[in-house]
Design a protein around this ligand. Sequence first.
Ligand code: HEM
Length: 440
Amino acid sequence: MKPPKPGSRVGGVSLWRYWRLFRKDILSAQPERLYRAKMAEFKTPFFRSFLVNELALVRRVLVERPSDFPKSDRVTRGLRPLLGQSVFVTNGAEWERQRRIINPAFEGGKLPHSFNAMLAAGEAAITRIVPGELNVEEMASHATADVIFRTLFSIPIDDAVAAETYSAFRAFQREQPVASVGALARWMPQGGSLKARRAAKRLRGLIEVMVADRQKTIEAGNAPNDLATKIMTTLDPETGQGFSEAEMVDQVAIFFLAGHETSAALLGWALWCLAAASDWGDQVASEARTFMENPEFSALSSMSVTRNVLRETLRLYPPVPMFVREAQGEERFRDRVVKPGAQVVISPWHLGRHEAYWPDPDAFDPARWKDGQPTPREAWLPFSTGARVCPGAGFAMAEAAVLLAALMALFRFEVLDEPVPVAHLTVRSQDGIRLRVVAR
Ligand code: HEM
């Protein structure tokens, strides 16, 4: 398909306007030149921030010398009341130990176990949809929270504890400030707002009960074979120790947060893109119908159009728009000296739309991912890369394909108005993504 051109119209609105607005309005404090620059420096009274778009620098920070650029506490501190010492916020030896216990739960062979949970959540999601106007962001959050409950604790979201946990999560997320490079200095208040801390406390109380109950079933030898059991029973091959119950609360909290909020953002934006580019929507629907006739894990690999649509959505709307590291020692980035304590910002948002790496960078064109096309993979970082790469990447791609298939096989989604992307914990739309749902 040709990328949308100025003048093509969807729902009476020029598509070109959509694409331009997408880019301009995210984190609107940011200048256009960041989509062309190799690097940019931001000065605040107390420290410097460097946004790096040059691929060799991104590689240095994430792949070659990650321990010289640990996670920045400045950014994660607002999440600590919820996440405690979870794998998302720790550094060094403590982080390495946690990844040794977590990684086996996400190895390729484990994905088919989660497939049934994804499918069940997709089937439940379609029964909740009534044709007409729909905020697909909310629908997607509900569906992906359902996936994570079923995967972690083998309970659907309409279970009372799951429903209460989900509502406490929403309360926490709504209290998270909007992120932007310019706002780095005030990105996260110490410990978060009072409301956020209260929501985190309530949430942790709920998770503690689920973890304690699971511990009992593990001891009784009748625990279900799910992600929670896997992580609670895996021992660190180096020390022979597993997570304590208290540590599990931290890890479960990050699995909920990282595992449903990001996937919901991906699903919501994918539906929006397919509504705006309806010929791609029709192709995905055709794959979806075939898949849903006999839904099996092995059939996911033949959904190549869907996979390319998801890759392209992740390029244009990476759910985690930026992540931040802190320089430990003095460094040289291009012609600049980077002092210890400087913040290094890696931005999948800017890399994915960078003019030096992508032809027609703002156009939604899944065809660029077809086999044999020269794709600048190093500039596509929705799941990060290197040692701290997202352990849930394979899970998330399978989940999005299954949920999209369940929805697209039955419904067509049509544009109603223009969502304005903003960065909260993830890239969301300022006022939700409203689409018209029509039965196919
Ligand atoms: C579309 C969906 C997803 C996206 C775009 C995504 C993206 C990311 C990114 C960019 C990071 C690195 C952040 C940083 O370095 O600051 C990350 C880390 C992480 N993600 Fe995901 N993620 C997704 C889904 C999931 C799922 C489904 C799970 C688990 C079920 C998960 C679990 C984690 C964990 C535990 C980390 C921390 C890893 C570490 O620091 O060692 N993510 N994710």
